[in-house]
Write a new protein. Structure first.
Length: 134
């Protein structure tokens, strides 16, 4: 979906399960979730630049066991990237709201806000490139 220079993508998942022997609903197969991704070019700020935002909501998980129950939560992430002389630089911030949460069916808390910087060079390997066999 496009709105001017902004590209948007919306996705959702609603897992469900049923015990084939008893016909009863299975509560611990995951949680409903929805994600909204927004992306736009930013050539005025970054050469060949992109800026993106991601919002993700996950519904509460209610299982028969208390250890699997999770409250509903939402998180947001931002990323900016650009290319200079064949090098792509990316700055990303995950969990912008610094929310403490656990993914469904996980026993570990997700880390708070995290910032990462990456540099990737995509170029020819020259003498180290694999040779094609004829």
């Amino acid at each position: 979906l496009r709105a001017g220079r902004v590209q948007a993508q919306l996705s959702a998942g609603f897992p469900r399960g049923r015990d084939l022997d008893t016909g009863e609903s299975i509560n611990d197969v995951g949680a409903a979730r929805a994600t909204l991704d927004l992306r736009t070019g930013a050539p005025n700020f970054l050469p060949r630049g992109l800026v993106s935002l991601r919002f993700r909501w996950t519904n509460a998980t209610r299982g028969t066991e208390q250890v699997l129950a999770r409250p509903a939560f939402w998180t947001a992430a931002a990323e900016a990237s650009g290319s200079w002389s064949g090098v792509r630089l990316t700055l990303a911030v995950k969990n912008l709201t610094n929310t403490r949460y656990r993914e469904p069916l996980s026993f570990l808390d997700e880390p708070g806000r995290s910032v990462s910087f990456a540099a990737r060079w995509e170029g020819a390997l020259g003498a180290f490139a694999p040779r094609r066999r004829s």
